[in-house]
Design a protein. Structure first.
Lengths: 213, 213
């Protein structure tokens, strides 16, 4: 059950470097979409996707790179999340909130931004949020969570709180267009929101609020 | 051009208390939807809606109450926003963040919650966000903004920041379903998020972040 749909007469057999590329690519993407939807990111292996698509695992790596990059292709991310995540990885723990904001606002405000907004709107309007949930929980948040986890606190609520503020910022700035948030310079939003994210990540989040001083 | 579509033979003319009720109601709603979409909440008057619908302004008040309640009917809010806003109005300025969270989580977690989630998903997925923007900016946020505004700061960015965190919380808890946020007790979320909202409303938001102590 190999998926090899591009064997046309005008390409000599065995001489092309990637014979049947587009058919195999599509088969891999289709298999990955089903696996990621049903099993989530963590429990999906490149090997299983390759088996479903009837190709060698090396071909999956050759076309798509890492499992995360394959996931990005499945959800049709207009940017490689690895670039953003690397910038966040490089930040010290006590500047993590600021680094997340700068990295994410940089992508949203880039030429890739409208594609991201369109994807988010379609996911939220479309009914099946399982891929969005898997992406947010298992790709974007997981690396940050591992950095902030302690023996007493797995950090899951902390990264979910960060995610909620970032999703809301995307909605306010890019989808609904709430002014002045929609047209504020990114740095003003970093200044306003970074302390929120930093507290969610490394501050007190289980002490009931007291009257501000 | 009155809209009176319910004159059926089995109801005696002039004796019903609300003759043509459903036709007039629908005409008012249709006229209000157009006005609110095109002019926003502030610049739409009950008088103009009544004129467009060919009815007396008193009939609009009779059927729908205040302009805000008419707006709620247009966007098919499953709850009367006045109830939530009153609870927030009653809170002292230095507990406003907590009051907003409790009031909003109370509505989302109530039997009306699924209707709100469905409405939000349809608005975000559907393309036209102008009514959502008008509702968030001019109804929900405006009363809070007026309370926190000072001569030096109109409070617009502050309430937009609050709105972004609340929209993101709705997405994480109710739409995308990010755990443990989706199933946390509401009070845990109040504890974690109230200081964020309180700082956005009455704290420093224009000082660049420094290293946390």
């Amino acid at each position: 059950m190999t998926a090899n749909g591009s064997e046309t007469g005008d390409r000599p057999a065995r001489s092309g470097r990637r014979p049947g590329q587009s058919g195999a690519r599509e088969a891999i993407l289709a298999a990955a979409r089903v696996r990621f939807s049903e099993a989530g990111f963590d429990k999906t292996s490149i090997r299983a996707v390759a088996a479903d698509a009837g190709v060698d695992p090396a071909l999956v790596h050759h076309y798509f790179g890492t499992k995360q990059q394959l996931f990005g292709a499945v959800v049709q991310l207009p940017v490689d999340p690895e670039l953003t995540l690397s910038a966040v990885d490089a930040a010290p723990l006590d500047r993590l909130g600021e680094a997340i904001l700068r990295a994410v606002l940089g992508v949203w405000d880039s030429p890739a931004g409208p594609g991201i907004v369109a994807m988010v709107r379609s996911i939220i309007g479309g009914g099946d949020t399982s891929l969005a949930r898997a992406f947010i929980l298992e790709v974007v948040m997981e690396r940050v969570r591992q950095r902030i986890a302690t023996p007493d606190d797995d950090g899951r609520l902390r990264v979910a709180l960060v995610g909620s503020q970032m999703i809301g910022l995307l909605m306010g700035r890019k989808v609904i267009g709430i002014e002045p948030m929609a047209s504020s310079p990114a740095e003003d939003l970093v200044t306003a929101i970074a302390p929120t994210l930093q507290r969610y990540l490394t501050g007190e989040i289980d002490t009931p609020p007291t009257k501000p001083n």
